[in-house]
Design a protein around this ligand. Sequence first.
Ligand SMILES: C[S@@+](CC[C@H](N)C(=O)[O-])C[C@H]1O[C@@H](n2cnc3c(N)ncnc32)[C@H](O)[C@@H]1O
Length: 390
Amino acid sequence: MSRMGPAISVISMPQGITLYFTFASAMQGDEAMNAIVDRGWVGRLKRAPELDAETYGEFCESMRSFIFGPMSKAIAPQVAAVIEKAKTAGRDLERVNDVRAIFDPLPIVTARNRLLRSAQEMMWRRYRETFHAQDDVFRSELATYDHKGPGTVAYDADWDPPAYVKHPIHIQPGGYGGDPLVGYWYHHASNVFFIGANTQDEYHLSLAAATRVPKDGKMSRILELGCSIGQLTVTLKERFPNAQVYGLDVAAPQVRYAHKRAAELGVECHFVQRLAEDTKFPDGHFDAVTAFLLFHEVSLEAGVKIVQEAFRILRPGGIFTVFDFPTGHKNNDPYFTYFMDVDSKDNCEPYSVGFTGSDFDGLLKKTGFMVERGEQDIMLACTTYAEKPA
Ligand SMILES: C[S@@+](CC[C@H](N)C(=O)[O-])C[C@H]1O[C@@H](n2cnc3c(N)ncnc32)[C@H](O)[C@@H]1O
């Protein structure tokens, strides 16, 4: 057998995207294995190890695109008609059972729910399978990057995190921390979730841009809580290159992947596996703390502790920027109530309904923050700025 190196073709696409194709057919052993894995990048997303998985993911994307595009358009007038009818009949549409009673009988709505669930199941399963097919290669890649910079990662493989992070959130097999390779398949699947529009971290770049700087302009230390695979952490470091930027997450596989990816991009971030409610950082340590889509995924009790912890580790004048689902004040749309209930049950989001119904602004204020609503809504997330008084 020949021991030739991999043949690489490079194709430049519009919008600065470069596609790299690697051919492995003339190799064997480790060399062939590595070449199969390395299929180049699309934007800032390293390509999946198999073209088949990628096209399957694109199919799931098109399902989501159909559900949130033409299907939602077709649903809207039917939803409006049953709301109107219920209101005319004097029916109360505040409780979940009331909204389920009017929307569940609509076949197009239940078809939408089923399709959404299937797309979700399909994307997790296919991407998970493709990375586990080369389990040893990816485990060893993570182990190599554990000790390679730029940046660092700190985790404790023996730490047993609280039970609530182990449930299969978003029907993800093993949740965030139960599968050593979750970072790899979560990255690809979350790109499907964003309907392919986040290969360059576009959403995270807008979140980093919307992260508020304290009035005195000092931005030396920044922390992202619930950083997952580190996309916001990386974009924050890119926006504030002179700051020390940390990403914290309870799941070791997520912070390990986050570090590997940041190091591959050449961005120096520091990732730690810790609880957001007990970060171990000193009082007043950070100028800015952020959290994107963390609060709706934790219990209300944990949420209270996380807000208190953010207050403790921010210095006076420091700002906590929170991007998450709208809470209480905006939550008076019956179809939104229905959507949240379906998502909570069909998509294993056990805490989202509690969060959207809670008075999050009130919690921030009670903790001592001064609160301001941000202009920008990103996906389902709205922006809240909470400033620690100087
Ligand atoms: C929806 S993801 C966050 C997405 C991420 N911020 C981004 O920019 O894409 C929620 C993350 O919060 C983490 N998490 C959940 N509970 C946590 C806790 N108590 N402390 C720290 N991280 C937590 C999960 O492991 C998961 O990675």
